[in-house]
Design a protein around this ligand. Structure first.
Ligand code: CDP
Ligand code: MG
Length: 139
């Protein structure tokens, strides 16, 4: 059964370019509620832990360099069908393939610097949220 939470990061390119406000506006207008948010900066080692699932992939080292190259914003989001709906809102990994109007189509610079992260399953949404936040408030 689908849970109602997902996890996102506004990646170093988009955060550094001052696009977090515009991206959060799109996220909120799509019906997501912000449960937790913070600005932080990953070390290369910690980026490697976050993306450990990709450690055998050819892009892993470059991805970890990139993800630790500047501050990011980590956000837990809530909405019915959050994981699938958020993947739809951000668009394909490669911005060249991302649908019109998606966050990646609008803000990604490349396959690597693709503006935002989005969890790919309910299980990973929980793991990734816990990577950044030890506790989330209930309002
Ligand atoms: O982020 P998403 O789930 O769409 O893609 P992924 O396959 O889980 O890959 C994680 C991240 O690695 C992507 O968002 C890109 O930043 C990067 N990547 C890359 O640089 N080159 C690839 N061929 C695939 C992914
Ligand atoms: Mg992924």
């Amino acid at each position: 059964m689908a849970t109602n939470r997902t996890f996102t990061m506004i990646k170093p390119d988009a955060f550094g370019d001052g696009k977090s406000g515009a991206i959060i506006k799109m996220i909120e207008e799509a019906g997501f509620k912000i449960i937790a948010a913070k600005v932080t900066k990953l070390t290369k080692e910690r980026a490697g832990q976050f993306y450990a699932v990709h450690k055998e992939r050819p892009f892993y080292s470059s991805l970890c360099e990139y993800m630790s190259s500047g501050p990011i914003m980590a956000i837990i989001l809530e909405k019915e069908n959050a994981v699938a709906d958020f993947r739809k809102l951000i668009g394909a990994t490669n911005p060249a393939d991302a649908a019109e109007g998606t966050i990646r189509k609008l803000y990604a610079k490349s396959m690597e610097a693709n503006a935002v992260h989005g969890s790919d399953s309910d299980e990973n949404a929980a793991i990734e949220g816990n990577f950044y936040f030890s506790k989330t408030e209930e309002f």
